[in-house]
Ligand binder design. Structure first.
Ligand SMILES: C[S@@+](CC[C@H](N)C(=O)[O-])C[C@H]1O[C@@H](n2cnc3c(N)ncnc32)[C@H](O)[C@@H]1O
Length: 248
C-alpha cells in the first residue's frame, strides 16, 4: 500500500489531526532545546498537522519554519490549526522536496515515528538530502519506535486507544487494532488501524519499516555525522527513542 494513498493521512486527515493532538507540544518543543535567541530555520518533515511547527511559530518570534508533507489535506488541517496561510508548508515527497530546496536549516524534525514511512531505499537518500541542507552547527531530531514495545504487538503501548471529541464528532482510534503483520525477511510491518468517527468504522493499515539506532549509525558514518540517543528528553516523548544527529 502506498503511503501517498493512505486514507489516514488523506480522506481521514481530520480524524488523524484530532487524535494526534494528545501531547503537550509546548513541552516537547522546549525539551528539544531549540534556540530562542537568534534567527533560526527549522524544517519539520512528515509534518502532518504540523503541531510542532505551529508551536515554534507561536513561541519564538525569530523562527522561520518550513513544513513538508505529501498530503494536501494535511496542509489544510495545519492551516485550520494556525499554520500561516502564507507560511512555508510544502506539499511534496520529503526526498524530492528537500533535494529541490536551496536554503540551509538549523534543525530538522522527524517526529512521531514518521521515518518508518519511507522504504529502506529512500532512507539513505533522505538522510543525505538532510545533511546537504543542514547548517554545520545544526542538528536533526528523530523519534523512533521502542523495539521492546513493538515485539509484543504494542501490548504495553499506552496510546493504543485514543478517544477524542472534535467538532462535535466522537473519534476513537485503535492503533494497532490487531496483531502486526510482519514480512518474514525484513523489518517491514503492516499495522492494522481502526477508526470510529461517530457511527462510521474505518479499517486502515499503517505500512511501516522499523528502523533502529543501528540503521541511523550506518547512515551517519557514511555522512560524517554523529548520533546520540538523548534519554534525558524521552520523558517528554513517551514510549519512544529520541536521537540527535549532528556534524559535531
Ligand atoms: C505520522 S503522520 C504525522 C506526524 C506528525 N509529525 C505528528 O507529530 O503528528 C506522518 C505524515 O507523513 C506524511 N508522509 C508519509 N510519507 C511521506 C513522504 N514520502 N513524503 C512526505 N510526507 C509523507 C503523511 O501524509 C503524514 O501526514
Amino acid at each position: 500500500m502506498s503511503t501517498e494513498l493512505n486514507p489516514l493521512y488523506n480522506s481521514l486527515a481530520f480524524a488523524y489531526t484530532a487524535f494526534a493532538n494528545d501531547r503537550d507540544f509546548s513541552r516537547e518543543v522546549e525539551a528539544l532545546g531549540i534556540k530562542k535567541s537568534s534567527q533560526i530555520e527549522v524544517c519539520e518533515l512528515f509534518a502532518g498537522p504540523a503541531y510542532h511547527s505551529i508551536e515554534l511559530l507561536r513561541s519564538r518570534c525569530d523562527v522561520k519554519v518550513t513544513a513538508i508533507d505529501n498530503s494536501s489535506l494535511m496542509k489544510i488541517e495545519a492551516q485550520k490549526l494556525g499554520f500561516p496561510e502564507k507560511g512555508e508548508y510544502i506539499v511534496g515527497n520529503v526526498c524530492d522536496t528537500l533535494e529541490s530546496l536551496q536554503q540551509a536549516y538549523d534543525y530538522f524534525l522527524i517526529l512521531r515515528y514518521s521515518l518508518g514511512l519511507i522504504p529502506p531505499k529512500d532512507l539513505s537518500r533522505l538522510l543525505r538530502a538532510i545533511s546537504n541542507r543542514l547548517n554545520f552547527s545544526g542538528c536533526v531530531f528523530i523519534q523512533l519506535h521502542r523495539i521492546d514495545l513493538i515485539v509484543n504487538d504494542f501490548e504495553r503501548l499506552s496510546i493504543r486507544e485514543r478517544n477524542v471529541v472534535s467538532n462535535s464528532r466522537n473519534i476513537t482510534c485503535l492503533w494497532p487494532s490487531g496483531p502486526l503483520k510482519w514480512r518474514e525477511d525484513c523489518f517491514e510491518v503492516q499495522m492494522p488501524v481502526t477508526l470510529f468517527v461517530d457511527d462510521e468504522r474505518y479499517e486502515t493499515v499503517s505500512h511501516e519499516w522499523i528502523y533502529t539506532k543501528t540503521d541511523l549509525e550506518r547512515e551517519c558514518n557514511l555522512l560524517g555525522m554523529s548520533i546520540e540517543r538523548i534519554k534525558s528528553i524521552e520523558q517528554f516523548f513517551k514510549q519512544s527513542c529520541m536521537y540527535r544527529l549532528s556534524f559535531c
